[in-house]
Design a protein around this ligand. Structure first.
Ligand SMILES: C[S@@+](CC[C@H](N)C(=O)[O-])C[C@H]1O[C@@H](n2cnc3c(N)ncnc32)[C@H](O)[C@@H]1O
Length: 275
């Protein structure tokens, strides 16, 4: 079923409804495995961009809030407004300076103010109308501030040697596209999208965590396949045995695959941009 036409399709996307339901046991842990794989890089990048004391920050689709909290505790920013459609995981671990807002970022009335840092990671790839959202998030950046957006890049291609991992990843992307509307094909265009939104200079980088047995990224993919198993099977590209084989492969020394990466792109709003 296509997410744009299926029942329940709506502007805010179908993340949290079709596959990754927040109330499902273990969903917070799954997000945390992804965070463990990428947070060091994200926080280091944000600090290298100058994020620190005095900064008011917006973390969009904040999930369990690992980045929001590290911005407060390590970068010592002044405040973070963590926004999510479902704030249950954020509410579990309050820290001083962390404010929560349960809201749909795609809604026309989403206007939480202006911030020196606006950050969203692994969010826009799941939502419809990513181009409009980049423009909208750029409007929330105050002059002199920065918009930092990160999403997954699929590094398999027609020429990638077939492994149990690549077979299942292809089925996963197709299954998530059919159920949620997830689309990572446009992610490499982020620098252009940021420029189109009036930001400059813009830049981007890709980080690919190694798929080592028992590593957070390996556990993240195994958990994600478990969640999305029905969607993957519905594509007809894999069966249960193929998914089980890929989980075993990830946990073995035979694994020689390249994980999907995190592409982080950022763009600055000029000091003289209209306030
Ligand atoms: C894959 S998680 C990423 C969490 C976190 N940013 C991270 O990188 O660890 C995506 C998050 O976006 C949130 N989300 C999805 N659609 C949303 C929407 N329309 N408005 C606000 N949040 C949304 C989900 O609830 C979920 O917490």
């Amino acid at each position: 079923m296509n997410a744009a036409t299926g029942p329940g399709a709506q502007g805010g996307g179908r993340y949290g409804e079709a596959v990754f339901r927040p109330g499902q046991a273990g969903e917070g842990e799954r997000i945390d495995f992804g965070a463990l794989a990428y947070d060091d890089l994200t926080v280091a990048r944000l600090r290298a961009l100058g994020v620190g004391p005095g900064w008011r920050c917006l973390d969009v689709g904040a999930g369990t809030g690992t980045v929001s909290r590290r911005l407060l505790e390590e970068a010592e920013v002044t405040s973070v407004l963590a926004v999510d459609r479902d704030v249950r995981f954020l509410a579990e671990r309050p820290v001083p300076g962390l404010d929560l807002l349960e809201a749909d970022v795609t809604a026309d009335d989403f206007a939480p103010g202006r911030f020196r840092l606006v950050h969203a990671r692994f969010v826009l790839m799941h939502l419809p109308e990513h181009r409009r959202l980049v423009t909208k998030l750029a409007e929330l950046v105050e002059p002199g501030g920065v918009l930092v957006l990160g999403d997954a890049v699929d590094l398999t291609s027609d020429r990638t040697p077939g492994t149990p991992y690549t077979t299942v990843m292809r089925a996963m992307w197709q299954g998530l596209r059919d159920t949620i509307g997830t689309d990572v094909s446009w992610v490499p265009d982020y620098p252009h999208l940021l420029r189109e939104a009036g930001l400059e200079p813009v830049a981007a980088e890709i980080h690919v965590p190694p798929l080592l047995p028992g590593s957070p990224i390996s556990r993240f993919w195994a958990d994600t396949w478990q969640r999305s198993r029905a969607a993957m099977l519905a594509t007809g590209l894999v069966d249960d045995a193929a998914v089980d084989e890929a989980v075993r492969y990830l946990d073995s020394d035979a694994c020689a695959a390249l994980s999907a990466g995190l592409l982080t792109a950022w763009g600055w709003k000029g000091e003289n941009a209209s306030r």
